[in-house]
Unconditional design. Structure first.
Length: 298
């Protein structure tokens, strides 16, 4: 069975390209830049070629080309021009679009080629901050709007995880240079969104610290074992959907009583759910608004 998504609504095109559906309709009517197909009830839909063409047109338009001029170009000329204008300013936009196309087509080769091209000019750290973080933010919105399926999200997430694991292994072979604290990284119970935590593990090791990576869905009871082996522990918890916002302060209260109260330890919390933390109630908890903010605190 072919699971590749190859039919898109005009709303899908809006979500994927950033061009409003109203503008797409105007471009079609005035300049014939796209040729939508129609359902029996006269509703527009588009194929992969149409999506790719719109993404290329968007890149040219963002670089100052008038839509009236672009509309007169043959499709192969548009592709050539896109390749010619890829530079430091547009590489982020182009790479994110390439990764989105790789995701929609379940195309591992396109993912790897795009990643390797980026890595030839950027560090892995730059690729993650400049490309992968914005990409995952966009993918979250695309999933919420039903433009992509959970299968698409899992596919691209797994490929990014592969790159994280490979690059983490490269820095893990180095002996830690800082011994004043140990970092224990984990996700709370029922939390499975691991990419951000995996990158933090890479960043902390890169900064010379020893880490203990526990991963997904770790109960508080499992954290107690760490206390038996190490002093001065920083527990890093990434809260994307768990614990629930109404439970997060009780969760931290229990954590403080069981794990960090009276100890030479602290908790660093990051993720969407942290906005519901009442920090005045949790003196041993530091809240960070972004991966970059946490990394700069190392």
């Amino acid at each position: 069975m072919n699971n590749v998504k190859n039919v898109f609504s005009i709303k899908d095109l809006e979500n994927l390209s950033g061009i409003k559906a109203h503008t797409i309709r105007i471009w079609e009517k005035r300049y014939n830049v796209l040729e939508p197909m129609r359902t029996d009830t006269n509703i527009r839909f588009y194929d992969l070629a149409g999506l790719q063409k719109l993404l290329n047109i968007t890149l040219l338009h963002n670089h100052g080309y008038k839509i009236s001029k672009i509309s007169k170009l043959p499709i192969d000329k548009i592709s050539v021009m896109v390749r010619e204008i890829i530079n430091e300013k547009s590489v982020k936009h182009h790479a994110i679009n390439s990764f989105k196309m790789a995701m929609i087509n379940f195309d591992q080769t396109l993912f790897f080629n795009t990643f390797n091209n980026l890595l030839s000019e950027k560090s892995f750290r730059e690729v993650f901050y400049e490309i992968f973080i914005p990409l995952m933010n966009e993918i979250g919105l695309l999933w919420q709007s039903d433009t992509i399926s959970p299968a698409h999200e899992h596919f691209i997430s797994y490929l990014i995880k592969q790159k994280l694991l490979i690059n983490t292994e490269k820095v893990q072979i180095l002996e830690p240079t800082k011994t004043d604290k140990i970092f224990v990284l984990y996700l709370p119970e029922n939390e499975i969104h691991e990419l951000g935590l995996m990158y933090l593990n890479y960043e902390i090791i890169l900064n010379g610290y020893k880490t203990i990576y526990l991963g997904e869905s770790v109960p508080i009871s499992s954290l107690k074992d760490i206390k038996r082996y190490f002093d001065s522990v920083v527990y890093v918890c990434y809260m994307t959907v768990e614990p629930l916002k109404e439970n997060v302060n009780n969760y931290l209260k229990e954590l403080q009583q069981e794990i960090i109260e009276g100890e030479n330890s602290e908790m660093w919390a990051i993720g969407r759910i942290t906005e519901f933390i009442k920090q005045e109630k949790h003196p041993n908890v530091k809240v960070f608004n972004s991966i970059n903010e946490l990394a700069n605190n190392l």
